[in-house]
Design a protein. Structure first.
Length: 203
């Protein structure tokens, strides 16, 4: 109980000075180690909410909760298609404020895979929705960084790169192969471009 009270005393001033906002944008997603399936960038979207620390100090914090639609396109000699991956992402950043108009963000994120699907030209060989999720590591994590601009009033625009450190796929069972799965060391890479709005006035 004492630890909870101490945490509340430490974080309450931060929450009181933080600004709540909403944001949405585009994802340009791909995966690493995927030359054998000619993987290419897949366009999705991101949408969520954020808490932004005070821009009146040089250093502040920035937290988000995002829904992110990403994945990749692939093309082999026998099959082409798209892998769709829907994640819930929790990024946490150290923010460096360069005046009140520009903010550099650097930090890490955790992500949970909500659902996955494969749209391909192959009529057979694709697993069912339930079996498909069993091929993936549901948890992902990595580094992220970007630049955010506050051009006017409470509007924000920004760009960010998420670089995964976690393997996208699990080690396959013996004899288990799918045309849309490249090297099992494949990892997510996502470039996000977004715009948003902050509510309320900064204290």
């Amino acid at each position: 109980m004492r630890r909870i009270i101490i945490c509340l005393l430490v974080f309450t001033p931060c929450l009181l000075s933080a600004q709540f906002g909403v944001k949405a944008g585009l994802n340009f997603a791909n995966i690493t180690n995927a030359n054998q399936i000619n993987a290419s960038s897949h366009t999705g979207f991101n949408i969520g909410v954020f808490l932004d620390g005070s821009s009146k100090s040089i250093l502040s914090s920035h937290s988000e909760l995002l829904f992110s639609k990403q994945g990749y396109d692939f093309a082999t000699n026998t099959n082409t298609g798209t892998v769709n991956l829907n994640y819930l992402i929790l990024p946490q950043f150290l923010a460096i404020n360069i005046t009140k108009y520009v903010q550099i963000q650097a930090g890490a994120y955790l992500a949970y895979l909500l659902s996955a699907s494969v749209d391909s030209t192959a009529s057979t060989g694709n697993p069912s929705a339930d079996n498909l999720l069993k091929l993936y590591n549901r948890m992902d994590y990595g580094f992220a960084g970007g630049v955010e601009i506050h051009p006017i009033y409470s509007l924000i625009v920004g760009a960010r790169l998420n670089v995964s450190l976690g393997k996208l796929y699990k080690q396959p069972e013996e004899g288990q192969t799918y045309s849309f799965i490249p090297d099992f060391d494949a990892k997510n890479n996502v470039l996000q471009i977004y715009a948003g709005y902050k509510f309320g006035k900064e204290q």
